[in-house]
Design a protein around this ligand. Structure first.
Ligand SMILES: C[S@@+](CC[C@H](N)C(=O)[O-])C[C@H]1O[C@@H](n2cnc3c(N)ncnc32)[C@H](O)[C@@H]1O
Length: 209
């Protein structure tokens, strides 16, 4: 249903969806929902028969960053290999802004990012002092998403719960960033192909350091 709405934001049922409506209706959506399902049944059946859930959550970067910074402080610039990368959006983690609460904010070298990731911390959290330098990046996935294909990007957005507008907004920002900086994402299996990609990631990291 969310996918059908993203294809046409003017449909009446969109008025109940937080992801696409600033002030969503809170009355009973059922009559409108039912009518829309019946109207679009061919398209909805096709989607159900051909698509599988695919997500990419950049909010995870806020919890990966402290650990990556600890590693970078020991070894220098990092070459990332993200296994199960989806669209590879987490490979752009140095292009996002972070707001650790408490702990302060971190921004990319060129200023505040359009993708801002809040993260609650406690006394144990090793809040990083800087975003680590990324010298290489590659992603591996059995069903990679091409961020430059509007249909694939739309499906990724459709798989975000519509009642989580903050997730929807940050995914939209990350997709926009990734169109300018498309993450190198490869089709492959996490077990069969990881060793070859790890070797490549290491080689790329050394070359660009
Ligand atoms: C829940 S998504 C998480 C995506 C991303 N890592 C994130 O944090 O948002 C899991 C991803 O793992 C991929 N995946 C599952 N099994 C895999 C396998 N055996 N080899 C490669 N990718 C796999 C899926 O296609 C999917 O993109």
């Amino acid at each position: 249903m969310h996918h059908e709405i993203l294809l046409d934001l003017t449909v009446p049922i969109a008025a109940w969806y937080r992801s696409v409506t600033a002030e969503p209706r809170d009355d009973d959506p059922w009559p409108t929902f039912r009518e829309f399902c019946l109207e679009r049944s061919t398209s909805i059946r096709h989607t159900i028969a051909t698509q599988t859930t695919q997500t990419n959550e950049i909010g995870r970067c806020a919890v990966l960053l402290p650990v990556l910074k600890i590693v970078a402080d020991e070894v220098g610039p990092l070459s990332l290999l993200d296994v199960g990368t989806s669209a590879g959006l987490n490979l752009n983690l140095d292009r996002y802004s972070y707001r650790y609460q408490p702990g302060g904010g971190l921004d990319p070298a060129d200023g505040i990012s359009s993708a801002i990731l809040p993260c609650k911390t406690n006394a144990e959290t090793p809040v990083p002092a800087a975003i680590p330098i990324i010298s290489g990046r590659r992603g591996l996935d059995q069903s990679p998403v091409n961020v430059r294909d509007p249909a694939q990007a739309r499906w990724l957005q459709a798989c975000v719960w519509p009642e989580k507008p903050e997730r929807f907004t940050r995914l939209a920002a990350a997709l926009e960033i990734s169109r300018e900086h498309p993450p190198p994402v490869f089709a492959g299996d996490a077990i069969d192909d990881v060793a070859a990609h790890a070797r490549e990631a290491a080689r790329e990291g050394i070359q660009s350091s």
